[in-house]
Design a protein around this ligand. Structure first.
Ligand code: CO
Length: 134
């Protein structure tokens, strides 16, 4: 059911430092920071030949990654995103298998303008999983 790895999201305490490290030390193609107030994050997109990395930093009050950074002050992998062809069919199949879909269970429009859902990390080996309809 899942297809390509769309992105790996890494929460970082210092967005400028992390972006500079990916650009200068790792030699990656690093974009400019983009504020996404609807998602409570500022994001830096990094294009790799086969996937993307997203550096996430909290934006505003009540950011969904603020708690993660409190527990992981040096930063860390926050979630991984897999592509699916049909997000509602994927949701229904996962629910039938006992997996927990976060929030209302209705897809939201994600950072790339496409419908996304998140799956409970305790159901997936401790990893928060995002599904994006490709
Ligand atoms: Co994501």
């Amino acid at each position: 059911m899942i297809g390509r790895l769309n992105h790996v999201a890494i929460a970082v305490p210092d967005l400028a430092a992390a972006a500079a490290q990916y650009r200068d030390t790792l030699g990656a193609r690093v974009g400019a920071p983009q504020d996404e107030p609807d998602h409570g994050v500022t994001v830096v997109f990094i294009e790799l030949p086969n996937t993307k990395i997203e550096l996430l930093h909290p934006l505003g009050d009540g950011s969904p990654i603020a708690g993660f950074l409190e527990k992981n002050p040096a930063g860390g992998i926050h979630h991984i995103c897999y592509e699916v062809e049909d997000i509602l069919a994927a949701r229904d199949r996962l629910r039938a298998a006992g997996a927990r879909v976060l929030g209302s269970g209705e897809p939201k429009i994600g950072a790339h303008g496409k419908p996304v859902l998140f799956l409970h990390p305790k159901d997936f080996a401790g990893c928060l999983v995002e599904l994006e309809q490709a």
